[in-house]
Write a new protein. Structure first.
Length: 315
C-alpha cells in the first residue's frame, strides 16, 4: 500500500463518527449489490487469524473477502502460535509481505496493537478481550435498517456490563448519537476510562451514556434492547458461578417483562451464541421483536464496507 498512512480498526473509536456513519450507509448499499465493490480483485489474499472459537466471524469474513474479489487466507492460531513460537512483530512483518490486510481474533488488546504497529497493511480487530468493534458496525447497520435512523434512539444493554461487548457498545453507540444505557451488577460494569471516553464522544454527537445497576430502568422506553452471554470466552471456569443459583446477573435477564418496559416497537439484539433461559428467554429471542439473524447476516456486509474503507484510505 502507498500514499496515505495505513488505517487500522482496533477499537470502535479508530473511526470518527462521520466515518462510522459512512461505513454503515455503505454496508446497507453493498447488501443490495453484493459483488459491486471489489478492492481485493486479483485475487489479493487477506489473512484471517483465529486464536479463539468462531462461527459468525469466520463465515462473514471469509464470504465477505471473497465477495470483495479477494482470497480469504485462514491462519490457525493454534498452529501459528503468534507471540509464543514467533514474536508478534516478526509475524506481522512476514504476513504483510504476503497479504493485503490482516484480520485477527485474539485475546489481549495489546496483541493486536502490536500487530498493527508492525504492519504495513490494515489490521482489523475481529474480537479481543477488550473490544468487539466489527460486531457494533453490524449492529448499527441492523438498527438503521429496522428503525431508519440511529441518532436519538435509546439503546439498552443488560447483563455482564464489564465485558468486551459492553465496552464497544458504550463507545460505538455513543459515536452514533444514541442514548446508551448500560446495566449490570456491581463489579461487572465498564471501566471508568471506557465510560469517560463514551461520554466524551456522546457530548460531540448529541447522545448520552448512563451506567446503572437497574436493568428495568435501562429498558424503560428503549428502542433497542440488547444482551450478551454471561460466560464470555475465557471465563469458562466461572460458568457455575455466572449461571448457577444466586448468580449476579439473574435480575438482568432479558425476558417478556423487560421487553414490556421498552417501547412497543422495540427490537431485541444479541451477538450470538445465545443461551436461552440464561441471559435471554426463549420467548424473546425467538419472538417477533428479535432481529438476531439479521444482525448475524450484517456482520458480512458491515465488514465488507469496513475493509473497502480501510483499503481505499491507504491508496
Amino acid at each position: 500500500m502507498t500514499g496515505q498512512t495505513v488505517r487500522h480498526f482496533l477499537r470502535d473509536d479508530d473511526l470518527t463518527p462521520a466515518e462510522q456513519a459512512q461505513i454503515i450507509d455503505r454496508a446497507i448499499a453493498m447488501k443490495q449489490d453484493r459483488f459491486g465493490v471489489r478492492p481485493f480483485e486479483g485475487p489479493q489474499a487477506v489473512a484471517i487469524i483465529f486464536d479463539k472459537p468462531t462461527l459468525r466471524t469466520q463465515v462473514s469474513f471469509m464470504a465477505g473477502i471473497a465477495e470483495l474479489g479477494g482470497f480469504p487466507f485462514v491462519v490457525d492460531g493454534n498452529l501459528a502460535q503468534i507471540g509464543v513460537r514467533e514474536s508478534i512483530a516478526d509475524s506481522a512483518k512476514v504476513l504483510t509481505r504476503a497479504v493485503s490486510a490482516i484480520v485477527w481474533r485474539t485475546s489481549g488488546q495489546d496483541r493486536i496493537e502490536e500487530m498493527a504497529a508492525n504492519s504495513t497493511v490494515p489490521v482489523v480487530n475481529a474480537l479481543t478481550d477488550q473490544f468487539h468493534p466489527c460486531q457494533i458496525l453490524a449492529d448499527l447497520q441492523t438498527i438503521k435498517e429496522h428503525k431508519g435512523t440511529l441518532a436519538g434512539l435509546t439503546f439498552a444493554y443488560l447483563g455482564d456490563a464489564g465485558n468486551n461487548m459492553a465496552n464497544s457498545y458504550a463507545i460505538g453507540m455513543a459515536m452514533a448519537g444514541m442514548h446508551v444505557r448500560i446495566a449490570g451488577p456491581g463489579g461487572h460494569q465498564p471501566a471508568p476510562e471506557i465510560v469517560a471516553r463514551a461520554k466524551e464522544l456522546a457530548a460531540s454527537t448529541g447522545g448520552s451514556v448512563t451506567v446503572t445497576g437497574d436493568g428495568a430502568q435501562a429498558a424503560k422506553d428503549a428502542d433497542v434492547v440488547v444482551t450478551d452471554t454471561w460466560v464470555s470466552m475465557g471465563m469458562e471456569a466461572e460458568k457455575a458461578q455466572r449461571r448457577g443459583e444466586g448468580n449476579p446477573f439473574a435480575s438482568f435477564q432479558v425476558n417478556v417483562a423487560i421487553m414490556g418496559l421498552a417501547k412497543p416497537d422495540a427490537i431485541f439484539m444479541h451477538c450470538l451464541p445465545a443461551y436461552r433461559g440464561f441471559e435471554v428467554s426463549a420467548s424473546v429471542i425467538d419472538g417477533p421483536a428479535s432481529v438476531v439473524f439479521d444482525e448475524a447476516e450484517n456482520r458480512l456486509h458491515a465488514q465488507k464496507a469496513l475493509l473497502a474503507f480501510l483499503v481505499e484510505a491507504g491508496r
